[in-house]
Ligand binder design. Structure first.
Ligand SMILES: *Cc1c(COP(=O)(O)O)cnc(C)c1O
Length: 372
């Protein structure tokens, strides 16, 4: 069958110029010898990994980072040559493919590296690795100078090359600096304990790259603010340059009707009209990631706010219009319309979560439409 898609008007519009602006401003903010690793895990935080990667590379990033083997292979299929680092732990049986497809892996434990050594002589090509130091995040990595020396020595092995070393901050987005500085100290002393410093030393995530200049090392891992979002309120108030938001979420009215006092809307008949009201139906629901906890959220239509009424259904929601409007009228769920804007922060607050979770939540049923 021919490619038939995107008949439903619901879509996430991704502004690639915004991504490029966020990366090229970081490029200017950093020392010129510091690499930018564009973090595009989880389908680029829901923004579309291949398109975001290309935009980021064009704007000055030189390396990509993902979370899983599947993400790395998907990116490699579309983008040759650029180094791709998998930040998480991967199974040993993936390592031959990592070597073959030039995917850099994270050495996160001595046991894992010992198991990789058992099969490394059979690799088709050299496997590049970055050693991971757990300086306080408590997630993955080696935790002492002895353990680091052990993995460093064990990695001096046929078909294995130590290309980098890194750590991850737990509190870089907070105002307090004591724990953050403790992590910097632990990491620096462990790196300095090695006989030879690996090519790429990196520690900073978005928060540290933007607000803590002295930890740039050789590279920074730039995630959330590539998409125009701040890691925390603290960072939002201390940004070195203005971020541009990349994602908006839009749809169109598919049905409109007038209801009257006493008429109800939705499952459970929880919404009861108090007078004559214009109700519109939108083709988006919890199966798209618009979870039921957003039941009290507003949308923008005709340049003003309109509330969701009744419970969010699997594929549809109903909104109360300020006045009669036609089928086909454009509705913005995240983004700007007229003089108003609905921010991802507003959704995050309503759901008692962080901004990171919101674009990740919008699943693959919502097409990503790219604006170059
Ligand atoms: C996700 C992740 C990042 C990016 O974090 P942001 O706060 O989005 O910049 C960096 N490093 C590691 C190890 C990560 O897992």
């Amino acid at each position: 069958m021919e490619e038939l898609q995107n008949f439903r008007p619901t879509k996430a519009v991704i502004d690639l110029k915004a991504i490029q602006s966020n990366v090229s401003n970081l490029r200017k903010h950093l020392h010129s010898n510091v690499h930018i690793i564009a973090v595009i895990k989880a389908n680029a935080y829901g923004h579309g990994d291949i398109e975001v990667a290309r935009a980021a590379l064009e704007a000055g990033a030189t390396m990509l980072a993902v979370a899983t083997p599947e993400e790395a292979l998907h990116v490699r299929k579309h983008i040759a040559d650029t180094p791709i680092l998998i930040l998480g732990a991967v199974p040993v049986n993936f390592t031959p493919y990592a070597a073959k497809y030039d995917i850099t892996l994270t050495v996160f434990s001595t046991e894992w590296l010992a198991a990789v050594r058992d099969i490394a002589p059979t690799f088709e090509k050299t496997l590049n690795v970055h050693l991971k130091v757990d300086s306080g995040m408590g997630r993955i990595g080696v935790r002492s100078a002895e353990a680091l020396r052990e993995v460093y020595d064990a990695a001096q092995f046929k078909n294995i090359c130590v290309d980098g070393i890194f750590t991850h901050f737990a509190t870089a987005d907070e105002e307090g600096t004591a724990f953050y500085e403790h992590q910097v100290e632990v990491f620096t002393s462990l790196v300095n304990s090695l006989p030879v410093k690996p090519r790429l030393v990196h520690a900073a995530n978005t928060a540290a790259s933007l607000v803590k200049e002295h930890v740039q090392f050789d590279a920074v891992r730039f995630g959330i603010s590539m998409y125009g979002l701040s890691p925390s309120d603290y960072v939002a108030h201390h940004l070195p340059y203005e971020l541009k938001r990349a994602l908006s979420l839009e749809t169109e009215i598919v049905h409109v009707k007038q209801i009257h006092a006493g008429d109800t809307v939705g499952y459970g008949a929880t919404y009861v009209a108090t007078g004559d009201e214009w109700i519109a139906t939108l083709p988006i629901g919890y199966a798209d990631g618009l979870i039921r906890g957003l039941g009290n959220q507003e949308v923008l239509v005709g340049g003003v706010r309109a509330p969701i009424v009744g419970r969010i259904c699997m594929d549809q929601i109903m909104i109360k219009l300020p006045k009669k409007m036609p089928v086909g009228e454009r509705v913005v769920l995240i983004g700007t319309q007229g003089d108003d804007e609905i921010l991802i922060e507003e959704w995050a607050k309503r759901l008692n979560t962080i901004v990171y979770e919101i674009p990740c939540m919008l699943n693959s049923r919502i097409p990503r439409i790219f604006q170059a």
